[in-house]
Write a protein that binds this ligand. Structure first.
Ligand code: ADP
Ligand code: MG
Length: 596
């Protein structure tokens, strides 16, 4: 066996394995080249998910004869003029994308710089001499039959649809980073999108993520030392079932960085249900000396010199805005609430259409009378405790309280929902969810001030547990005691609870609380994990400590709850991320009754 230097085309194919995982990686490299070339308009045409054709057309600076020929040589780049890998001002710098793509496809480039236009072809890494051609402006790179020379890679590609979606995602991300550049994408001769040049980032984001997103999100602008963070992030109730809607950019480069994704998760921690993800677009700008983009050939991962600082900045900037956004819940919720009411309306009118047996709704076969009565005449469980007010007083307090953001409480229905009225809307509040958030935020406040109030039990409550459970929970005795919960082992298979946080209501089911805590703690494992999970424990306690659904409240209590919500951070959603209230505008109610 003799050591030998591999031929260039093989070296390039090996590099292609790293740089080019799939067609979307080729598109990313080519479009980044067009951006680096100062283009204002970039167009990408695809066939069969990019497998048979990727064509990128730009109106950038183009290449001269020599540049065009050199562009296909390995490690030939115009983007590192000062030989300084820490000072990178372009998206590219490694000089390996074009030769890698060329080594596994049929590649043609046409380009115009100065007065001349040139064309070059490359098949399986063997290039032709540039020849004159007719080409007006910028550069066209055409890649046919990507991976045809590496059948093993070809086999790993997914369906055309899946590869196309990956390309669309990449190009969408690049469009978010460069709103002033226009981007067009076609697939199998059909236009997928055409984003024109935009003056502002917001208008580009609105085109991509929809008006609902821009309406249900807040702007972030924060600086710390040399780092600057900007972006737009959603209200907690506007969440999605996948993390794909998290768009992260570092110095104009779209990245999928674990540190940044983790910071985002932490920022929304107790505001979004498990398995749901915020929609976020974040742009970090920092000096090249503080971030290494040369971690992986595909350049989607970065390494920060000071990761803790970056994480801290993201978390605190988002949390700050979330607090400001306070009680807001996303407007889409009221839209879906209205949608639901609309459906009821259709059912009723559909049935009256003589056609009731064909009508596709669930209640359509029931007599019309029953439909109407269930939809409109359902009895309201209005609390008799209105008696605390005289009729006139009710009127009076109603007009006063209507000026508050959450309005004046009118009634409680189904023993859990408070109906309130503002000047121009109706608000429904989930009393349990709302109260849970209030108790939780109070807990956090007291914990921060290191003054959790406790209440001693006259008679300690004994809770029977499994032996290992007793060990799990008593291992964390000290930490729990800091939270106002004093417990100690009571024989091998029970604990005695001596005091509780005063915030928990006196009607709480202590046994259930302890069992829930044991379950949680057993999942944490090691001792410090408890410190990291304090908020989650507080949240469990708050859930136990809050008014249950089913408890009747009088008007005074309801209004107190509303006023408390207005004062409390994050009160738009409960600790599990569910919304605590929904608003329906009067004008929408009027539409339902065809009054407007
Ligand atoms: P890198 O982008 O890392 O420099 P590439 O292999 O992607 O490496 O490209 C090699 C060189 O070809 C670039 O440095 C640039 O000078 C030139 N080039 C590639 N694409 C274009 C383009 N669309 N317009 C102008 N020049 C280009
Ligand atoms: Mg490049």
């Amino acid at each position: 066996m003799r050591i030998r230097h591999l031929p260039d085309h093989l070296v390039n194919q090996i590099a292609a394995g790293e740089v080019l995982e799939r067609p979307s990686a080729a598109v990313k490299e080519l479009v980044e080249n067009s951006i680096d070339a100062g283009s204002s308009n970039i167009r990408v045409d695809l066939k069969d998910g990019g497998k048979s054709l990727i064509r990128v057309t730009d109106d950038g600076i183009g290449m001269s004869y020599q540049e065009l020929s050199a562009s296909l040589d390995r490690h030939a780049t115009s983007k590192l003029p000062s030989d300084d890998l820490l000072n990178i001002s372009f998206l590219g710098f490694r000089g390996e994308a074009l030769p890698s793509i060329a080594s596994v496809s049929h590649l043609t480039i046409k380009t115009h710089a100065g007065k001349d236009s040139w064309k070059i072809e490359c098949h399986s890494g063997v290039k032709t001499e540039p020849a004159p051609c007719a080409h007006p402006k910028g550069t066209i790179v055409e890649v046919r039959d990507l991976f045809y020379s590496t059948p093993a890679r070809l086999k790993f590609l997914k369906s055309d649809k899946a590869e196309f979606l990956a390309i669309k995602d990449i190009l969408t991300r690049l469009s978010m980073a460069y709103p002033k550049i226009s981007f067009e994408l076609t697939h199998n001769n059909k236009t997928v999108f055409n984003y024109f040049s935009e003056e502002t980032l917001n208008s580009r984001l609105e085109k991509i993520l929809g008006k609902e997103f821009t309406e249900n999100s807040f702007h972030i602008n924060a600086d710390r030392d040399y780092i600057s963070l900007s972006g737009v992030s959603c209200l907690p109730t506007f969440n999605r079932g996948t993390a794909n809607y998290q768009y992260l950019f570092v110095n104009g480069r779209a990245v999928k960085d674990k540190l940044l994704l983790g910071a985002l998760r932490a920022a929304y921690q107790d505001l979004i249900p498990k398995n749901r993800y915020p929609v976020s677009v974040l742009y970090l700008t920092l000096p090249g000396t503080n971030v290494d983009v040369n971690v992986h050939p595909a350049k989607t991962e970065v390494r920060f010199k000071d990761p803790g600082k970056i994480r801290g900045l993201i978390i605190s900037a988002i949390k700050h805005q979330l607090m400001e956004a306070g009680q807001h819940v996303s407007s889409t919720l009221s839209q879906s609430a209205l949608g639901a009411i609309n459906r009821t309306e259709q059912t009723v009118s559909g049935a009256s259409n003589q056609n009731k047996y064909q009508y596709p709704y669930r209640h359509a076969q029931q007599p019309l009378q029953k439909n109407i009565s269930s939809a409109l005449l359902a009895p309201l469980t209005v609390e008799p405790s209105v008696k605390t007010y005289g009729a006139e007083e009710v009127e009076h307090s109603l007009t006063l309280d209507q000026n508050y953001p959450l309005g004046a409480a009118i009634a409680q229905i189904h023993k859990n929902y408070i109906i309130a009225q503002t000047q121009n809307s109706l608000i429904m509040i989930d009393q349990h969810a709302a109260h849970e958030r209030l108790v939780y935020e109070k807990f956090k406040e007291q914990l921060q001030a290191k003054s959790i109030e406790t209440q001693n039990l006259l008679v300690p409550e004994i809770v029977n547990l499994q032996e290992n459970e007793v060990k799990d929970i008593t291992d964390h005795q000290d930490s729990l005691s800091c939270l106002g919960l004093d417990i100690e082992a009571f024989g091998p298979d029970a604990v005695a609870v001596r005091s509780l946080p005063a915030l928990l209501s006196d009607k709480i089911n202590i046994e259930q609380l302890i069992k829930d805590l044991v379950d949680e703690i057993s999942e944490f494992g090691t001792a410090n994990m408890l410190e990291d999970n304090i908020n989650s424990l507080l949240s469990t306690m708050a859930c136990h400590g809050s008014v249950r659904s089913g408890r009747k409240l009088n008007i005074q209590e309801m209004n107190n709850l509303l006023r408390d919500m207005e004062k409390t951070k994050n009160s738009g959603q409960c600790n599990h991320g569910r919304p605590t209230w929904v608003e329906i505008q009067l004008k929408d109610i009027e539409k339902l009754f065809e009054r407007s």
